[in-house]
Design a protein around this ligand. Structure first.
Ligand code: G6P
Ligand code: MN
Length: 436
């Protein structure tokens, strides 16, 4: 049986231990020869990587581990590139979130203006990575978590169309798990129908093994309690899951994914955010610090035993997709893919988030026909924002950047868009493409 070489770019991320754990856990379906962790930041790479070295030696000594800051070394001979980069790190995310708050707009890392700033840093980086994949490992698949994932998909589609790339997000599988949990089952016990854009999608059906659509029943349950989750331990995500109660109280025709809170209730989200200590700051002080501390402690002790850095959905989702490609399984996953008629009344060339069958040839999205005007209206405007953002970054166009932010539904006016854009440009020197 073939053994695979997997490279994780953004290997010094706090998400790496969870992904490596899933790779080790799933070796029966995806046998691993070599895991390469690649990161620009050597210090972070070694904090995480040295601990991964101990973990792998204890759990799967036959798996080779390579730590590198060199793309050529990282990419040559790889079968899969798992991408999870964050250009500028959480420090820049913190500014992405704080600057709009100064101008009365909620700051969020992927939705609204925060996502715009993140995208302007990530697009050049991810396009360059995709080009190097073609150069060093043209047959390899990129499975990309780097955000904003749909914007990255759009940029790679335009600039490096030949590369094999799938952009993904772990929100739909988290939500599928919670939905199944509430109905007393596992995600695989149900068939889902879903459409949308990234961080802006809706479940429309959820069929059980007898073919009965259980979504109306689930929506009634969520109306009472919010989304019950056995998985969220973080207070922000807990609150977000509960807020779904409000969503379905207002609109009960489908079940939105949780990030729609930024589009349905931007005023509420603004009021809940502390302008001096945003979500990014919390993540720096908690999740990231705790993960890094555990790694450092594990290296000191010389063992990974007792240091529980496993994560489930995030790591499992990306590894399951790799495994579905490797084993030609035809399993279904929610992916960000070119529309091409999947949504009949939406432009063909747009990236949409859709259920798709995954196999050795890649993916085959499942068509949903026409979608209702309420969802379509919001998707149209956000999709136009996403395309203008990609064009602004690729062409270095200030005008397109301003148009993008003006169209973003969370930004109230061109005046505000301009103030936010100009502030972003000031702090992003060396990160943003030059805009003129
Ligand atoms: C989910 C989303 C990601 C997002 C992540 C982090 O997993 O799918 O796109 O980056 O949450 O959010 P947090 O605020 O917890 O860092
Ligand atoms: Mn996501």
């Amino acid at each position: 049986m073939k053994k695979y070489n997997v490279t994780i770019i953004g290997g010094g991320s706090g998400y790496t231990p969870g992904v490596v754990n899933s790779l080790l856990e799933k070796r029966e379906s995806l046998p691993i020869n070599k895991i390469t962790l690649m990161d620009n930041d050597e210090k972070r790479l070694h904090i995480i990587g040295d601990f991964m070295d101990i973990l792998i030696k204890e759990r799967a000594p036959e798996v080779q581990l390579v730590l590198t800051t060199d793309r050529k070394e990282a990419f040559e001979g790889m079968d899969f590139l798992l991408a999870q980069i964050r250009s500028g790190g959480l420090k820049m995310r913190s500014l992405d979130e704080k600057i709009p708050m100064k101008h009365g707009v909620v700051g969020q890392e992927t939705c609204g203006p925060g996502g715009f700033a993140f995208a302007m840093r990530e697009i050049p980086e991810m396009v360059s990575i995709a080009k190097d994949v073609l150069k060093y490992a043209p047959e390899a698949w990129i499975l990309n978590y780097s955000n904003p994932t749909a914007i990255i998909a759009e940029a790679i589609k335009r600039e490096v169309p030949e590369v094999k790339n799938i952009c993904i997000c772990d929100v739909p599988p988290w939500q599928q798990r919670d939905m199944a949990f509430m109905l007393g089952g596992e995600p695989k016990d149900f068939e889902y129908r879903y459409f949308g854009l990234n961080h802006l999608g809706w479940f429309t059906h959820m069929y059980d093994k007898e073919g009965k659509n259980r979504l109306p029943e689930l929506i009634n349950m969520i109306k009472e309690t919010g989304l019950q989750s056995k998985t969220y331990t973080d207070p922000y995500w807990e609150k977000t899951a509960k807020r779904l109660r409000q969503f379905v109280g207002h609109f009960e025709d489908s079940l939105p994914t949780n990030y729609l809170q930024y589009y349905y209730y931007p005023d509420e989200m603004f009021n809940e955010e502390d302008p001096n200590y945003t979500r990014a700051d919390y993540c720096i002080d908690h999740r990231e610090k705790e993960t890094f501390d555990l790694c450092i402690e594990g290296v000191k002790k010389g063992t990974a035993k007792g240091n529980d850095l496993t994560d489930t959905i995030h790591g499992d989702f990306i590894v399951d997709i790799a495994s579905a490609i490797a084993n030609n399984t035809n399993e279904k996953f929610i992916l960000n893919v070119p529309n091409n008629g999947v949504i009949e009344n939406f432009s063909k060339d747009s990236i949409v988030e859709s259920m798709a069958i995954v196999n050795a040839t890649g993916y085959e999205p499942i068509s949903v026909g026409e979608i209702p005007i309420f969802q379509k209206g919001l998707m149209e405007v956000v999709n136009a924002y996403e395309k203008l953002t990609v064009e602004a970054a690729l062409e270095g166009s200030y005008e397109k950047a301003l148009k993008a932010l003006t169209l973003n539904p969370i930004v109230p006016s061109t005046h505000v868009a301009k103030k936010i854009l100009d502030d972003y440009i000031k702090v992003n020197e060396g990160y943003f493409p030059k805009l003129s």
